[in-house]
Design a protein around this ligand. Sequence first.
Ligand code: UDP
Length: 483
Amino acid sequence: MADSAAVQLQQPHAIMISLHLQGHINPFIHLALSLASRGFTVTFAHLHFVHRQISAAGAGDPFAGARAAGFDIRYTTLSDGLPIDFDREAHHDQFLHSFRHRLPDIVAEFVGEIIQANPSSPEFFLVADTFSIWAAEVAGKLGLVNVSFWTEPAVVFSLYYHLDLLRRNGDVPVAGRWKNVDYLPGIPSINTKDFVSYLHDSELGPIHHLLFDSFQAVRSADFVLCNTPAELEPAAISGLNETVPFYAIGPMVRESESCEIARSFLPESDCTEWLNSQPAGGVLYVSFGSFVKIDREVIGAVAGGLLRSGVRFLWVLRPGMVDSGDGDGGGSGLPEGFEIRVRGKGKVVTWCNQNQVLGNPATGGFLTHCGWNSILESIWHGVPMICFPVFTDQITNRKLVVEDWKVGVNLSGVNGGSLKEEEVAEKIGGLMEGEMRKGLKEEVEKVGKVLQAAAAENGSAAGNFDRFAAELSEQLQRRRRRR
Ligand code: UDP
C-alpha cells in the first residue's frame, strides 16, 4: 500500500527527443525546464550530430547547469542512422529518408532501453516535435502517451492540419492563385498568399511529403502543446480544440534565472559591451535566423540600405548563409569595404545571444526573417520589426506581425519582386524614428505586455500547462488501470 501511494505521488518521466533545428531546439529546452520545474523527470536526447555541434560551440552536457540547479533532467544522444560526418545539408533528401524510415526503429529501441534502465520511474511518456513523423509509430509500438510539441503559431498548425480540406476546395497548391479562404475552423479569413510556403508548391519533394504526412501522424497524438500565447490566437486555438487536444503554453521566451543551458549551434559573440555603449533604442538588429539561405542580392540591398540610412546596427551573418545561386557558399555577400565604412556604428557577428540582444535597451528595431521564436522574442522585448520572410511558416508569421498585430512593416521582395536598398533605407528610417515608429512602438509594447502576462506565474501558459499535466496524469492512470 505504502509503495503504491509513493508511486502515485512520483511524477511521470518524459522522454524528449528534439528535432535537429535551432528554432525547434530552443523552445524544446524551455519545455524540458517547464516539465522538470513541475517535478517531472526528463530524459532529453539530441541526435549525435546535433550534440557534436552544440558541444563544439559550448558545453558537453547542455543540461549540467540545470541539474546543478536541482532539475532532474538527464541528457543523452542517439543516432539518426547516418554516419556523424555525413553532410546532411548537401544530401538533404538522404537525410530526410533516414529521418523518416530509419529513425522509427532507432528511436523505439532507444526509448525501450531508457525504460528498462529506469525501473524506478512509474510512468513514461514521449515528447517529440510535431514534425517528428516517427513519434506516433514509436508511441504506438511501446504503448506510450504521445505528446506532440508544435513550435510555430496555431494558425500554421491549422493550415497543415486542414490540408485535405484545402485541397478538396482547390485552394492548395496555391500556385499563384490568391484568394481569401474563410472556411477553416477558427480562422475568419486568410489569403492564400499568406499560406506557409510548402502549400504554394505544385511540385512536391521529400520535404513536403514529410511535413504533410507528419500532420496525418499527429492526429493520433494524445496531446499537442504549442509555443504560442493563448491571448494572441484565441480563435485559431478554439477552432483546433474542436478536434485536437491543443494547449497554448507559450510564449517560451524568458530564460531560466537559475541555470544556463547550452543550445546554440554556433559560438555566441558577446555583444553586450558594444550595445551598452550605444544610445537607447538606437540600434537596428538584423538577423535571418538559423537556417534560411539569403540571396547575395538581398544581402547587398540590406547592406546598401543600412549604409544609406546611417542607422547603428548589429547584423548576424552566419557562415554559409549567403546563396549566390551557384552553390559556392556565396562568400559574405557584403559590398567591398563595408565593415570599414560602418566601423563604430555597425557590428557584424556570426551568431549572438539574440534574446539578450533584443532585451538590451540599445536595440530599437529588428529586421527579421520572421522565424516564430524571433517574433515572440522581439514582441516580448517591445521591439518593432521589419519583415523579410523567406519560406516555411515565416510567410504566415509575417501576416500576424504586420496585419493582425500591427507591430511591424513589410519589405518588398515578400511574395516575389526584388529588394532595393532605397526601400530598405526608407523602411529602416520609418522603423527607427518619427511618427511611424511611435505607432509601432506603442503597439508592440501593448502586445508585449500580453505576452508577459501570458507567461506570468498565474498566466494562461501556466494555466494551460497545469491543465495538460492534470489530464496527462489522468490518462496515465487510466492506462495503468487497463494494464
Ligand atoms: N538566435 C540566436 N542568435 C542568433 C540568431 C538566432 O540565439 O544570432 C536564436 C533566436 O533567438 C531564436 C532562434 O535562434 O530563438 C531562431 O529561431 P526562429 O524561429 O526565429 O528562426 P529559425 O532559425 O527557425 O528560422
